[in-house]
Design a protein around this ligand. Structure first.
Ligand SMILES: [Zn+2]
Length: 96
């Protein structure tokens, strides 16, 4: 159960993670399922962005910090998603 509505992501690229799950790569934007544009207002089809309804924005943030893949998070979406500079996510991810 999600305690609040977290945005998912849309991205310009993709890669397959070690579990065989499609993961966002390249330019990554926050996106709410059911809409056809990113949180920062970019139309998905015009920008050629793929939808990743199974990947939450906060997970993409974590991926960007932990993976070797090139992931560039959109700072305008970060602001729109309520991120604050210097704020650390308290969510705990198990690491190998
Ligand atoms: Zn964006």
């Amino acid at each position: 159960m999600r305690r609040r509505t977290e945005p998912a992501v849309a991205a310009s690229g993709r890669w397959i993670d070690e579990d065989g799950v499609r993961a966002p790569g390249g330019s990554v934007h926050a996106w709410r399922p059911g809409t056809n544009q990113t949180l920062c207002g970019v139309p998905l089809h015009k920008a050629g962005l793929q939808r990743f309804p199974h990947v939450l924005w906060i997970d993409a943030r974590w991926l960007a910090e932990t993976t070797e893949e090139r992931i560039v998070l959109c700072h305008r979406c970060a602001a729109a998603a309520g991120d604050r500079p210097g704020r650390r996510w308290t969510r705990v991810h198990p690491r190998p």
